[in-house]
Design a protein around this ligand. Structure first.
Ligand code: ADP
Ligand code: MG
Ligand code: MG
Ligand code: MG
Length: 395
């Protein structure tokens, strides 16, 4: 790593990514390397380097000094590469099978060299095609419980926890979430992007004071509650899966925030699938929604019983209070995600790829309504089954 560590930042090309792989001795000397840029994300380059001798590969992900989706007019810190690599490693301490292995990182080059997961499919893409992932919700429920519990004050000495809060200070990426999820969609802001046919619904959102009061509370919670090391961007585009495996990628938004945020984002992206599905496929998605929460909550509750640092863990009602709070927070965050994915800057293919305009607009209206209901009624929704019932009611 020594040679590379002295390098100045430069954005990699297919050629220089291959040279870097050789320099880092990622492959045997006789390897015949080829390289392809496969990033479909909004922010970064992802180079897949393959040894044509045996088909083995590695990924080099590189942050650019700006957001790829917007261009150089939107500068963005390179530090996010370090945050991403550190979060993959930290979460990997507790959920090793559920994240890619990190082989190398370099802060100057803003790169993470990691396990090639090309044999898996991005879950959003797979679900849109109607594929199913039987282990998805059990694996994500476990991932959430393991990563969120073990990085919280329940599991860590207070000094260790605070050191991590500092290490994972991620102001620029948090600001994107604060603006794009918690603020802009609820005001007539220039970053919003919605179809003209939604104008009436959108204006209702902007004028809904009760809704905005609840969003303000959720935003406050995101800004102030340093509960656990979050992934920070846990939508279905950040999950790779097959029928046998699940891997969570892309934690560049990681920071210490409220536990319900990761859960809520993941649930919201399943809810979008519920809204766009019918019949048996919809039931499968509902099974995943239920199982994500029940797997997370039973595992997290079990961990709380064993907490080394929580002096109050045996006080009756306390652990139940904690789980209820996480549940209600999750529903509120899910609601914000549903709204911003419909009318904000960053949309989801699940909805936008529906070609029939009438159907697409109808389903987008349902997504907005579901989001509003989850935000405004979250304290009254008392079980995951009640969430699934609500999904059945909204037409
Ligand atoms: P961004 O932060 O720009 O969204 P991601 O980490 O989500 O970048 O990666 C973008 C795309 O690159 C993924 O959707 C996937 O297709 C591919 N990719 C990322 N990491 C890997 C990996 N470890 N193995 C194989 N493909 C990957
Ligand atoms: Mg991504
Ligand atoms: Mg693939
Ligand atoms: Mg990303």
């Amino acid at each position: 790593m020594a040679v590379v560590a002295t390098k100045q930042y430069q954005s990699l090309t297919q050629e220089s990514a291959i040279s870097l792989a050789s320099e880092l001795s990622l492959f045997p000397d006789e390897a015949k390397l080829t390289c392809e840029e496969i990033g479909d994300g909004n922010l970064n380059y992802v180079f897949l380097i393959t040894d044509q001798m045996n088909g083995s590969g590695v990924i080099i992900k590189q942050a650019l000094p700006y957001a790829k989706v917007i261009g150089e007019s939107w500068p963005l810190t390179l530090k996010r590469a370090k945050i991403e690599a550190s979060a993959l490693k930290k979460h990997g301490e507790y959920a090793a099978d559920l994240v890619p292995k990190v082989y190398e990182t370099d802060e100057n080059l803003a790169i993470t060299v990691m396990e090639d997961l090309s044999h898996l499919t991005i879950v959003r893409e797979g679900l849109i095609k109607g594929e199913s992932y039987p282990k998805l919700s059990t694996d994500i429920g476990n991932y959430l419980a393991l990563t969120l519990y073990h990085t919280s004050d329940f599991a860590l000495h207070p000094f260790e926890k605070k050191a991590l809060v500092i290490e994972f200070s991620n102001p620029e990426l948090c600001k994107i979430t604060e603006d794009l999820i918690f603020t802009d969609p609820f005001f007539d802001h220039e970053t919003n992007d919605f179809e003209p046919a939604l104008q009436v619904e959108v204006e209702k959102i902007w004028n809904n004071k009760l809704l905005k009061l609840e969003v303000a509370k959720l935003k406050r919670s995101f800004l102030t509650e340093a509960e656990a090391l979050l992934h920070g961007d846990l939508h279905t585009g950040s999950v790779f899966a097959s029928e046998e495996e699940t891997k969570v990628i892309d934690p560049e938004f990681a920071f210490y925030g409220p536990i319900g945020f990761d859960i809520g984002l993941f649930l919201a992206n399943l809810i979008v699938q519920s809204i766009t599905r019918e019949g048996k496929q919809r039931d499968v998605i509902h099974g995943h929604i239920r199982n994500t929460w029940t797997t997370f909550s039973s595992k997290f509750a079990g961990f709380l019983e064993l907490s080394e640092f929580d002096s109050f863990k045996d006080i009756e009602g306390y652990n139940a209070f904690l789980l209820e709070k996480i549940f209600h927070d999750s529903l509120g965050f899910a609601g914000c995600e549903l709204i911003r994915r419909t009318i904000g800057l960053a949309h989801v293919k699940d909805l936008d790829s529906i070609e029939n305009e009438k159907k697409r607009i109808l389903l987008k209206k349902q997504t907005l309504k579901t989001g509003e209901r989850l935000i405004v009624s979250r304290q009254e929704i008392d079980s995951i089954d009640a969430v699934i019932e609500l999904l059945g009611e909204i037409k």
